[in-house]
Design a protein around this ligand. Structure first.
Ligand SMILES: [Zn+2]
Length: 65
């Protein structure tokens, strides 16, 4: 299954008795059912991803240049 936005491979996420897919590359999330809080899952996933990305990205230190 591929992301319609960036054509990357999607990851399947299980949320209780339903499953959905999300793209780790661009943050796309497909939520096929209504009763899932649409903002909650994509935001927390993206939030975690952003935190991970920031942690592994070295900060530019102006004094080093
Ligand atoms: Zn994508």
């Amino acid at each position: 299954m591929k992301c319609p936005r960036c054509q990357g491979s999607l990851e399947e996420l299980s949320l209780g008795d339903v499953s959905t897919v999300a793209c780790p590359h661009c943050g796309f999330a497909d939520v096929p059912v209504d009763h899932i809080r649409e903002e909650d899952e994509p935001e927390s996933w993206r939030d975690a991803f952003n935190r991970f990305y920031e942690d592994t990205t070295p900060r530019e230190d102006a004094t080093e240049h």
